[in-house]
Design a protein around this ligand. Structure first.
Ligand code: ZN
Ligand code: ZN
Length: 158
């Protein structure tokens, strides 16, 4: 599965109706959806993993996969997105996509990120144009930092 297919898969598996009464769901953030009829909470793939780690603390991978029914690939994708992270002394690490060094979450290591930013700066300097006279808008994901608090332990020996 490619990264794009995985992201699609997560979206496809979002709950569409309340599991209790079939009522409409409202997104509450952090992978949680609340039924507007009976107030039951439903979870998407990220919500299930997040809740499990929140309730049980850092947990070994097979346990999380077995308890939540979320596939290992999805969990890896959540790590790459930085939504959950590996505990400090984990024996399992993600690989930086640029240099292959170990990282706890995300896709590239801080060193490569800095190098990329430098290259970008250079590229920018070479192709600086004139600014249009309109304001730029930016969107910030307010949930992102809050979601990073959940840890994931892939160490099987306890
Ligand atoms: Zn309901
Ligand atoms: Zn790197």
């Amino acid at each position: 599965m490619t990264d794009k297919e995985l992201a699609r898969h997560i979206i496809d598996r979002r709950p569409v109706a309340c599991s209790e009464c079939g009522g409409k769901l409202k997104y509450e953030g952090g992978g949680e959806y609340k039924c507007i009829e009976c107030h039951e909470i439903c979870y998407d793939e990220f919500g299930k993993v997040r809740k499990y780690l929140y309730d049980n603390g850092p947990s070994p991978a097979p346990e999380v996969v077995a308890a939540t029914g979320v596939s290992n690939q999805i969990v890896i994708e959540l790590l790459k997105e930085g939504r959950i992270e590996l505990i400090e002394n984990s024996k399992f690490f993600l690989r930086c996509e640029k240099c292959g060094c170990s990282i706890r979450y995300g896709r590239i290591c801080p060193d490569c990120a800095r190098r990329l930013a430098d290259n970008l700066d250079q590229a920018m300097k070479e192709s600086v144009g004139e600014k249009p006279k309109i304001k730029a808008y930016s969107v910030t994901d307010t949930h992102k930092t809050e979601q990073k608090m959940y840890y994931y332990n892939t160490n099987k020996h306890k």
